[in-house]
Design a protein. Structure first.
Length: 168
């Protein structure tokens, strides 16, 4: 929620051309509703955040064929290595440019960037800047932190804080 809220805030003045979606089923193949995946977060350039008719899923051919550029998966205890490898291969096959597999406890990230037709894992230390989004991720401390393109720490929004309070 922290990431989604802040990315939406970052692109709020460009919401007619950049969509930031969370847990939205993505169907990349026309007329095949059996091929889909729901990334934790995906950023799509050339797609509005909201549509007048609404959006219950991301059906790629209805979105002018736009492939999500950046995808984030937040690791949970229920994720298996097989599952995440499947997702990486899936994102590679369907054209994602950057894929981030984020761990929160302890903070860590695995970064995959498209080189030609493959998502290649990058050798990273404790921080990385997305070339596409311009945001910097830092996992050198006890928490994963995100910084906007101007270098300001992305902070929890009221919506994020309300959700955290509700969880408690």
């Amino acid at each position: 929620t922290l990431l989604v809220d802040n990315l939406r805030l970052l692109y709020r003045e460009r919401e007619q051309e950049i969509g930031v979606f969370a847990d939205l089923a993505w169907y990349p193949v026309r007329r095949n509703n059996k091929i889909w995946l729901a990334p934790d977060v995906m950023v799509c350039f050339g797609v509005p955040q909201n549509r007048s008719e609404g959006r219950e899923s991301y059906v790629q051919h209805r979105e002018n064929g736009v492939i999500p550029s950046v995808v984030f998966e937040i690791h949970s205890d229920s994720n298996t290595k097989k599952e995440i490898l499947h997702k990486r291969a899936w994102y590679e096959m369907y054209g994602v440019q950057e894929f981030y597999w984020l761990f929160t406890d302890p903070p860590e990230a695995r970064v995959f960037v498209r080189e030609d037709k493959e998502l290649k894992e990058q050798v990273v230390g404790t921080e990385w800047t997305s070339e596409i989004l311009g945001i910097r991720m830092d996992w050198s401390g006890k928490r994963l932190k995100f910084y906007d393109p101007t270098g300001h720490l992305m902070r929890p929004t009221r919506e994020y804080l309300a959700i955290q309070k509700e969880r408690l």
